[in-house]
Design a protein around this ligand. Sequence first.
Ligand code: SAH
Ligand code: SF4
Ligand code: F3S
Length: 495
Amino acid sequence: MADFSAKLKAPVYVCLLTYGCQMNILDSQILSGNLARQGFVVTEDETAADVVLFITCSVRDLAERKVLGKAGKLNVKRNRRPEVVLGVTGCMAELKGETLLGGKNVFDFVAGTHKRHLIPELILRALCKRVAESEVTSVNAEALERLGIALAPYMDECLPAERKLFAVGRDEAEDSLDELEAMRPRPWQAFVEIMRGCSNFCSYCVVPYARGPEVSRPADEILAELKTLASSGCVEVTLLGQNVNSYGKDLPKGSISFPELLAEAAKIEGLKWLRFVTSNPQDISDELIDLMASEPKICRYLHFPLQSGSNRILKMMNRKYSLEQYLEKVAKLKSAMPDLWLAGDLIVGFPGETLEDFQATLAAVERIDYANNFLFKYSERPGTAASKLPDDVPLEEKKRRHAELMALQGKLTHEHLKSLVGTTQTVLVEGHSKRNRAVLQGRTTHFANVVFEGDPSLIGKFVSVKMESATPLTLYGSFERLPGDEELTNEKESG
Ligand code: SAH
Ligand code: SF4
Ligand code: F3S
């Protein structure tokens, strides 16, 4: 792979705008690290950037429209700075490919989900082109001069028109960016990808098309990364995959399973809290449930998406479990871990969803007593199996069902938070509260959001917080003390 760091003789500012799931957040961190190593300056200030890179999501129509809207706005600003490059990567880039270039489109380059490693080169090609074509004005003179210095060594190589500005699809030149390069804004917390892609083809979902088939990372590579992270002060790790329960099934015989991987991860000194997403109900094993119950480092929060409470709809969604099978797994989980908090995903308004189907979803939510749910209105995605079915629940009705579920889930979430009032919980402090910079924000093992007064030096540390009150989404507490090492794992209650 080309390394530009030796040659970039003036700063080139790149701003990454990230949409979608944790995979994209991690991709954004990896790309930031890679770009920084190659001599680019990563900035959060989009107005100061020479390059804005969109890391996109296609899971719902709205996710795509957000990106296109934002890119359109930035494009207008190019009246003043025509040399600025707008690039696109992530799931929408993979799915729409070259159609995002030319015509009315505003993007200068497209890099698919398997082509992250080509992004630095694509940036330079697009930037050389823009800079060469931009007129100098009083507004951009300084930037053009700076970019001229940075790009001088590349102009001859990058400018020819045949130089491609898009790369999508999978081929032998697979991307193998180093996750250890990731720029993690909170070094005590890390996302670690254990598998890429998905082979499940739920009928509504674009992810298998956008990310390719399921490919597990070799366990030794993951464990080595975890050890390196732990030795540099990381205490909480979230293992990422579209379906972590099928980890390893694509690896050669004799490779370890997800629970085995998790058990190995738990042995790593320094790592205190382990989380993972997403756990597909279809193949959660008893072995995993037993391990979660016996391994104190594994947090008491499980993302376990149901999608619908109606068996008829689950079948049409190509989810490979029935409500009864799901409830059976939940019963096992709760009997092994009475203090486990469950979260889910639900889609309302899937094609053909009747009021009766929707009632079944409401009843399931109430019965399962989720701590949290991510609720979505069905969005038809081109190319998926469900797109062949009529999208026949009117938008107004989808909105109504969504609001009804929100209200129910809101009540359940509030009840969960209230149940912790009066207890003392171990909290990993994440930073200042977004709403009020004067107070700190952190999370419990249940992923409950906690706000309390404390010294900023506590950021990145575990603290014991006494919970005093609960609003619908947040617990308010007071700092008690720094917990002993033995208290870090699992919830500790006192009082
Ligand atoms: N791999 C995860 C889900 C990843 S996508 C799993 O299987 O659980 C995140 C969530 O987006 C899904 O769980 C689903 O609830 C929602 N989703 C996916 N496609 C959607 C669509 N076409 N319309 C609405 N919601 C969708
Ligand atoms: Fe999409 Fe289903 Fe794969 Fe999840 S398991 S990413 S919902 S296809
Ligand atoms: Fe979106 Fe792609 Fe994630 S479609 S949800 S960013 S895998």
